[in-house]
Design a protein around this ligand. Structure first.
Ligand code: BEZ
Length: 236
């Protein structure tokens, strides 16, 4: 489970959550707890889960009741007024199973608010990486790591699990990358490159950078990533 920086976005989703003092809220993918701490300060009883032990420890150090738990295997039962998730669900390729766990965790009438990569997220970056792999005859089967649904697709999945949608929309959110695209790729392109020799990995990254320079780099050598979020609010 990998999450994006919680410090830099999430306020609009928090506004949708509209947490009330005394509510019990589950944060799915709590990361290092920065955003979760904001809920605590609003008088909310928060439980955070994440699969990465170091992040859970960091969240605990901020005073969050954080636990190591996989979003596919949540054990909560009708405990929460709301489930809140930022920057995680595009890593979960089986949304139905995750949402079934979210539903189990919620009290009757409970709400689910999430923001994650939506349709078109980092489309230029994905296409450049896929093209560089295909050019070398390397199959992308089992390499593409993300689930970036359209609002229509996700609305349907939510409905099949039993949620009613209040709000669902794509939010184009271009993000400047001060350290540049190479640094971004060295972190996020890993699933596309696993098992390949080092020389081949470098060649693929170089190709992708060359292609992406045309669309995502400006004349000052500043890079922007083509982020698109899906923001959703639903209830049982
Ligand atoms: C993220 O988890 O931050 C992320 C994943 C895929 C593309 C862009 C961002």
């Amino acid at each position: 489970m990998t999450t994006s920086s919680h410090a830099t976005h999430g306020q609009e989703a928090l506004d949708l959550l509209a947490p009330q003092p005394g509510e019990r809220i589950l944060v799915l993918g709590c990361g290092d707890g920065v955003l979760t701490e904001r809920l605590l300060k609003q008088g909310v009883e928060v439980v955070g889960v994440d699969t990465v032990k170091e992040r859970v420890t960091a969240a605990q150090e901020r005073g969050v009741d954080a636990r190591v738990m996989d979003a596919y295997k949540m054990t909560f039962d009708r405990e929460f007024d709301a489930v809140f998730s930022i920057g995680l669900l595009h890593w979960m390729l089986d949304p139905q199973t995750v949402l079934a766990g979210v539903k189990r965790a919620l009290k009757p009438g409970g709400r689910f608010i999430a923001e994650f990569g939506g349709h078109g997220n980092t489309a230029a970056i994905c296409t450049a990486l896929i093209a560089a792999l295909q050019f070398r005859g390397i199959s992308t089967h089992r390499r593409y790591p993300w689930y970036f649904p359209t609002p229509e697709e996700y609305r349907h999945v939510l409905a099949t699990v039993g949620f009613k949608v209040e709000h669902i929309a794509l939010v184009p959110s271009p993000k400047t990358l001060p350290p540049g695209m190479e640094r971004w790729l060295s972190h996020f392109a890993e699933p596309f490159l696993h098992g390949l020799d080092e020389d081949l990995r470098y060649a693929i990254i170089d190709n992708a950078l060359l292609t992406l320079g045309y669309s995502l780099r400006d004349s000052y050598d500043h890079w922007t990533a083509d982020y698109v979020y899906l923001r959703v609010s639903a209830h049982l």
